[in-house]
Design a protein around this ligand. Sequence first.
Ligand SMILES: C[S@@+](CC[C@H](N)C(=O)[O-])C[C@H]1O[C@@H](n2cnc3c(N)ncnc32)[C@H](O)[C@@H]1O
Length: 287
Amino acid sequence: MYLRYLRISQARSKSSKMAFTFFFRDQQTLELAVAHTLPLIVGRSRGRVWDAGCASGQEPYSLAILFAEKIGPFGFRNLRIDATDLDESGHFEELISQGCYSLAELERIPAELRQKYFELYDGGCMRVAGFVRERIRFRRHNLLSLEPIGEGFALIVCKNVLLHFNQQQRVDVLRMFHRALEPNGCLVMEQTQKLPPGMELLFTQLEPSAQLFARIASREGTTLAPPKQGPADLAVTSAGPAASGDAVRPPDGPAIGIDWQTKGLPGLVPLPDSRNCRVQPGTSEKL
Ligand SMILES: C[S@@+](CC[C@H](N)C(=O)[O-])C[C@H]1O[C@@H](n2cnc3c(N)ncnc32)[C@H](O)[C@@H]1O
């Protein structure tokens, strides 16, 4: 068992050189994203979340824990997080889905949450609890394929990934996310990632303090301009009345009746969020 952990840990540290990440990174933004997504998930038979560019898994596991804290055991069973990445190492699914992390990697997580969501594994590492791991499916996916992994997502998390793409690639990927989201679904990016010009026709910002957006549902008969056109040509072609159920959540909409605003998660120490990984193949922008 210990040898198995060593193998997992060595392979993971190789791949993590390419993908810097850590548990509860930009925790405040993740909490906001969870808060805004809850009404789209609670009371439904299935809530879908896509974590695009999940690196070595800390982000989707953090997200799952944040959801678990808010929706309780019954609702949590209906949540599914699809966590995707390029996974150049080829060990991604086997290794990351094991959910094993060293104690040092869990340092920032409050003891209370560590106890609740992690179990002691062999070889001195901790493992994400089974009921959390079950909610996450890891798979390889290249965002630049522009093929979404599914549709009807209540939330797409894509943090510290788009910065590796050029402007046109960002626009194309954001349009793909728009297609993959459910009508009022949410998209969240890192603090420094602004929407390219023209994209405000597709997404409306939900929080002034975060790059958190709601999808603007397309109007009846509307077709989006083809991907080749530049950002300035992103205009939605066709007027026509908004389809029923098209309501867009106002940016300053009513506060959601949960306690994230006042409570948050206790004891997490914020870290600067400026470090990033090196450029991946198939991308065109150097850091
Ligand atoms: C800095 S990490 C971000 C990890 C996590 N989202 C976070 O914010 O902590 C960037 C990740 O984007 C992934 N990535 C880069 N280009 C990609 C592409 N074309 N398709 C999918 N993932 C990509 C990398 O493999 C890497 O794991």
